[in-house]
Design a protein around this ligand. Sequence first.
Ligand SMILES: [Mg+2]
Length: 270
Amino acid sequence: MELRHIKGYLFDIDGVLLLGKEAIPGAKELLDALRSRGKHVLFVSNTSSRSRLQCIEQFTRAGIQIADEELFLASEETSHYIARLKPKARAYVLGSKGLYAELEKEGIAILPSENVDPQAVDFVVVGRDRTLTYDKLTTAFQAITHGAKFVAVNNDPTVPGRNGLEPGAGAIVAALSAMLGRGPDINMGKPATLLLEMAAQHRSLKPHECAMVGDTIDVDIVAGNRAGMTTILVLSGNASREDLNSQAAQGDGRPDIVVPSVRDLLDMIA
Ligand SMILES: [Mg+2]
């Protein structure tokens, strides 16, 4: 497949450019090569709890320099999106302190976690909430049934934790969806397309001018295909070659290009 027409490369981070604390071999060289050819490089992360600073530091420690404006986090884009829909919106938030801070930065009023009138809520925003309680779930549910918009920062069922996998935002989204009998009104993170679209729009790029590079078929590749971008699967993280034969890799999950790792893209971008 031809990549000459691609003007913007959107990268998932974990398993694509970084593996734990280390850079994936060839990641720095590929980013340098793309930048020197005048291509846009954008980093799109589903995170609802890691801050911008933490993400940039993670790159820096791995020896990769990224620019602030190249990084797009689902939590921040959710805040921008809500602020654009309804300035000074009132939000009930199931999420981290970091998510609270990002919403507040955009002028969104965060309602207290207890004793909230469900009718006073404009948006219920769901990220990863380590202090989730039955009462908070109840308030969130009631607010949505009273007309608040149901917003998912991402739909990741699990995320890596200190001692193995932990519930992600998607687990809480699923609990609310089960109660409501429907999914969120607004889905920011991959496999939804909004995060990718917002990143591309920032550079005035059309979807067909973009490539989405990811390591997870049912998240990165599905999002890229649904957004109308060229999709590139790397096998340096989540997905293995065997996964390409799975049901998930059909239809929207079928990548346009499969390479062992970002290093192999170096020869293809010329
Ligand atoms: Mg990944």
